[in-house]
Ligand binder design. Sequence first.
Ligand code: FE2
Length: 276
Amino acid sequence: MVDLKPRCGLPIKFDPATMQVSFGKEIDDPLCGTRELDALRPLLLDPDASGPECLYWMYRYLFAKGDRPLLLGKHRLRYDMSCFVSGKLGREYMKTSGHYHPPVFEYGGIGYPEVYEIEHGEALFLMQRVDDFRAGPDEVKVLDVIALRAGPGDKAIMPPDYGHVTVIVGDEPLVMTNWVSDDFSSYYGSTEACRGFAYYVVDEGGEPQFVPNKTYKRGVPEIRYARPKEVPELGLTRDKPMYLACKENPHLFAFLNRPWDFEQLMWQGLYIEEER
Ligand SMILES: [Fe+2]
């Protein structure tokens, strides 16, 4: 059992061998869900790849007892945890289905962002901005692709209007948490029609390699590589679990509901590396 408390700030233990999670009694029962391999098949480079039946477990509305009225009720923020098996599906690294967030206002404008914290294992976030996230593979134009690699303690900001998929690149299972606005539902539709994101991440001698997804008929841009950076103004530092940072200063996480006021600060969280 790995004690995740030093990392996430909540009394949670995780067993990488069985993927079992145990929540301390100070935590309200979260909502649990799973994602099965069959649901992911349409998004894989090899839809017939073999792998475990269940690929990841999601625990939504994870709050310590007594925190819900302030954080969820007043600030409209949701804290979730997800646990992913590691390994390959064919040549491809294990991944999530990937999704987009809608704009904050129905009539358009900037979309909802999100922030992840890595508790165990290693993640590679592939983010992409497109001209229309509801458009199919023949019409959609991919404007930008960013690959952000993150490890334990890192906070990874998904900026507004960037769809994101999480790729599990380490040998260990991945455990990560997120803070996100509770005022929207993610959009999955077009990622399935496009058979995933702009690139597939495959294992090439132990290192991630990016294979362009040819389903995007208008082509895909070059990848920009990034590393996560601390943004203390948003409560995001490596040494502090972001659950506690938000509990102590929920106003620092207002960027998740009012992203237009914090765009520059959010981009400070992504250090874009020079050309490789
Ligand atoms: Fe998201």
